[in-house]
Design a protein around this ligand. Structure first.
Ligand code: GDP
Ligand code: MG
Length: 176
């Protein structure tokens, strides 16, 4: 913030992307530092809160987890509006989830605020090379093409999940 004084903020973040890419797992890895391979598919919408310190500011991150299923679109559309940051998640072992990125970006354009900060997240980077469908460079190129930031994560092992949320919060903090 411009005054240099510390402030308390609440940032609303939204996780979107195809079903089973790991949105719920990313949220729980960040909020509870846990991974459970047998979570049920998210029904509708759920949220978790974690407070972080960033440049002397106390920031409450309210993380909304949406269901990827098409039939829940009417429920989730209204959550785009209040979001200050969006993680668009795909699965690096699932080509189809990568092919759907353009569709998700259109949804952001249609429903989210114009100044929303969007981050492309390639999850499951712990996967065996033989299971890889999308290389890191293709993910990076896709993000560059749409002028958004990019990171690969593993909710399972706990790679870059902290960094993803801190980077997103940092980007939002420069705008408030
Ligand atoms: P969502 O539908 O996007 O919320 O996805 P979930 O969080 O429910 O995860 C879908 C499946 O992928 C589950 O079986 C998870 O255990 C698995 N999964 C999630 N994140 C990772 C990850 O980082 N690595 C691996 N290998 N599997 C993951
Ligand atoms: Mg889920």
């Amino acid at each position: 913030n411009k005054s240099g004084k510390s402030h308390d903020f609440t940032f609303k973040l939204l996780l979107i992307g195809d079903k089973a890419v790991g949105k719920t797992s990313i949220m729980y890895r960040f909020s509870d530092d846990k991974f459970n391979p047998s979570w049920l598919a998210t029904i509708g919408i759920d949220f978790k809160i974690r407070t972080i310190e960033l440049n002397g500011n106390t920031i409450k991150l309210q993380i909304w987890d949406t269901a990827g299923q098409e039939r829940f679109d009417t429920i989730t559309a209204q959550y785009y509006r209040g979001a200050m940051g969006i993680m668009l998640v795909y699965d690096v072992t699932c080509q189809q989830s990568f092919d759907h990125i353009a569709k998700w970006l259109r949804r952001i354009e249609d429903h989210a605020a114009e100044d929303v900060v969007t981050m492309l997240v390639g999850n499951k980077c712990d996967a065996d090379m033989r299971d890889r469908a999308v290389s890191k460079s293709r993910g990076s190129a896709m993000a560059a093409q749409h002028s958004i930031s990019f990171i690969e994560t593993s909710a399972k092992v706990g790679i870059n999940v902290e960094k993803a949320f801190y980077d997103l919060a940092t980007a939002i903090l420069t705008m408030v």
